[in-house]
Design a protein around this ligand. Sequence first.
Ligand code: PLP
Length: 426
Amino acid sequence: MLDVSDFITSAVSPNKGLLMTTLAIKLGTPFWLYDASIVRRQIKRLQGFDIIRYAQKANGNINLLKIIRRNGVKIDAVSNGEIARALAAGYRAGSNDLVFVSDVFDQTTLKQVVELCIPVNCGSTDMIDQLAMLSPGHQIWLRINPGFGHGHSKKTNTGGPLSKHGIWHEQLSELGRKIKSSKLNLVGLHMHIGSDVDYKHLGKVCNAMIEAYMKLGMQIRAVSAGGGLSIPYHSDCKNVAIDYYAQQWNVARLKIQDSQTIPVQIEIEPGRFLVAEAGYLIAEVRAVKKVAERYFVIVDAGFNDLVRPAMYGSYHHICFIDPAANLVIGALHQVAVAGPLCEAGDVFTQNKDGTIEFKNLPLPKIGDFCIFADAGAYGSTMSSNYNSRPLIPEVIVDGSDIRLVRRRQTIKEMLSLENDDHLLEN
Ligand SMILES: *Cc1c(COP(=O)(O)O)cnc(C)c1O
């Protein structure tokens, strides 16, 4: 059962509630709010690693990236668009600041990484071949699929024989020979086996890294532990034991270092961990429907804004506040919270197999606000224009500094790509 007092402490402090209602009046709803102090707190928690490299696909707002960069965090990019975002945020190409990670190059991105000398983390041998042809001396990492994976859902498991990601571990000895004969410059080895992983398998991952290193038979300068660090979405979840995590990787690092002549750094590549808890989605309650004995509260945000519940059955803390920023309390009812999309699956309270879940929640009134907590990761970056709904604004609060960092897309902008239709061929 949901405990109202939890929300006050962990999700929405009274001050933050007031900020949300003020912004709702100013900007309209729905909108995203990010708290920079929480991002900084999370960065501090990872100081046991030599290098923190942010996986910007979790949240790529340029202004958020600037804050992250100023706190000494490096970055990765998984597309040409993300390379452009990193550069716009002040990251330098041609240095260790920015690494391109993928299993494939499209033609445009290949040209771009060669031109800007961006180190590439290669998830397929085809990438290595294509890069070796065009760019001798290019810095590369190898993303390895160790033969197993873990993740919070099938869709976020990124290792094992069913995963498209990484270079299959059995091909490494052969690959070592290929890299030596090409003129590519090997930086390090990387494994990212899933998102929101549990740590029972950490020892196994570290051992797989050492084994991969041995098979490859080349000196490396760095090992990347990938991302996947979880955050406590449920109030009864524990925080990740970061120190234990860093310690285990340190043991692996020392083993590798002992069998070569150059030092090895450990990188960690978090996405969710840095930004999830910093973000809120604020929507307005527009209908409170009684259906049989239960209720649907329908808000003005849909899965085109926040898709995680519809896509993975993910859980987000939900609470309601009134326009004066008081937490809505009172008798608890069986409540499902849904969006406005013309789609039965547009429900924020559902489990992994798509069954609608009714939660014990107090009933809000029309005009109250609905707050989705822990929405800073894979929220706005996974939004779409489905049902022809424009992308919504983003705001960063940093102490007393409150900034609109993305304005609301207009309907005109949304339609503009279709304006000048013309005949391509007769
Ligand atoms: C998505 C991704 C990450 C970040 O995953 P989180 O679960 O958000 O930490 C890190 N590395 C790679 C290669 C990824 O694809």
